[in-house]
Design a protein around this ligand. Structure first.
Ligand SMILES: C[S@@+](CC[C@H](N)C(=O)[O-])C[C@H]1O[C@@H](n2cnc3c(N)ncnc32)[C@H](O)[C@@H]1O
Length: 291
């Protein structure tokens, strides 16, 4: 008996519904724009470290264009692609650059034409992340780079693991262990394999719930699977965050800071331990397309 397959089937049926939601939603992006949380913004120093800020950047599912400033300041060309007209309008206000309304599963951009692809806090909202990854690889120039950022949801035993909200406990445990054993066997877990959170599309329209619980996320993106996917596609890994950077850009409380200090010397060892090594990998991940 499978709990996951029926979910998948339902998800496919809801895909158009979800797309419609992103196209129509009015207050969602305004809420993010009005109350930006610093943890949602990709740190400029990270972008400047890995990218040519004067080049062309495509922000995949760029929403209200929260990442645009740094590129405009440095003279680069910022292009945001998103389904949401409202988001794109905000991105346009007072800024140069280009906003394209399209699904990121089919980017209206030529092959090998951009220097940088950025995707922040969006992968978990894609109904088919692998198609989106393919599109990113297609549009980036040889030698160009892709930066991926999202929630680190790799701990499937986390109590508030969003996928399990409102699910019966037996479902939660069945899925957890199933994922866990496949991880031990080092099997690639297609992103669809990770169960979806939200079947209540109406709930997506509540921006307050969105901010607190990533309400409109439709599946989970595991950092290690993202990493494996890009390796399989022949991309070079330029930067991997690891546990020593856990929450670095997000939380700087005493507990997290102490944990980071304790973990740092252990990491070279942990990276060699089969299975455990996958949990060392965190977003952000930067990959480069071979020349
Ligand atoms: C949580 S927001 C993140 C926005 C932005 N990247 C940021 O860091 O604030 C997720 C975005 O994904 C967009 N989105 C979801 N599915 C999409 C699709 N198939 N094509 C284009 N945009 C999509 C939504 O419209 C929304 O703007």
């Amino acid at each position: 008996m499978s709990f996951i397959l029926p979910d998948l089937k339902r998800m496919t049926m809801r895909k158009r519904q979800i797309e419609k939601y992103y196209q129509q939603v009015e207050n969602y992006h305004q809420t993010i724009e009005d109350s930006p949380h610093e943890s949602f913004i990709v740190p400029p120093e990270l972008l400047l470290q890995f990218f040519d800020p004067e080049g062309t950047i495509v922000d995949v599912a760029g929403g209200s264009g929260i990442n645009r400033q740094i590129f405009h300041l440095q003279g680069g060309t910022y292009i945001s692609v998103d389904l949401s007209l409202r988001g794109l309008r905000i991105a346009q206000e007072g800024h140069r650059g280009m906003q394209l309304q399209a699904s990121v599963e089919s980017l209206p951009i030529r092959n090998g034409s951009v220097d940088t692809v950025l995707c922040s806090w969006s992968l978990e909202h894609m109904t088919d992340p692998e198609i989106v990854f393919d599109e990113m690889v297609r549009i980036v120039k040889p030698g160009g780079r892709i930066l991926l950022w999202g929630p680190n949801w790799d701990n499937i035993f986390r109590k508030d693991f969003p996928q399990f909200v409102h699910k019966p406990p037996e479902y939660v445990w069945w899925v957890r262990w199933k994922i866990f054993f496949r991880m031990i066997k080092n099997e690639f877990l297609p992103f669809h394999y990770n169960p979806y959170i939200n079947f209540d599309v109406a709930a997506l329209a509540d921006p307050n719930r969105y901010i607190s619980g990533d309400t409109d996320a439709v599946h989970c993106v595991l950092c290690q699977e993202t990493y494996k996917w890009f390796i399989q596609k022949g991309m070079f890994i330029v930067h991997l965050s690891d546990l020593s950077e856990m929450g670095k850009h997000v939380h700087n409380g005493i507990v997290i800071r102490t944990l980071r200090i304790i973990l740092k010397p252990l990491l070279p060892v942990l990276r060699r331990v089969p299975f455990v090594r996958w949990f060392v990998i965190r977003f952000p991940i930067v990959v480069e397309k071979p020349r």
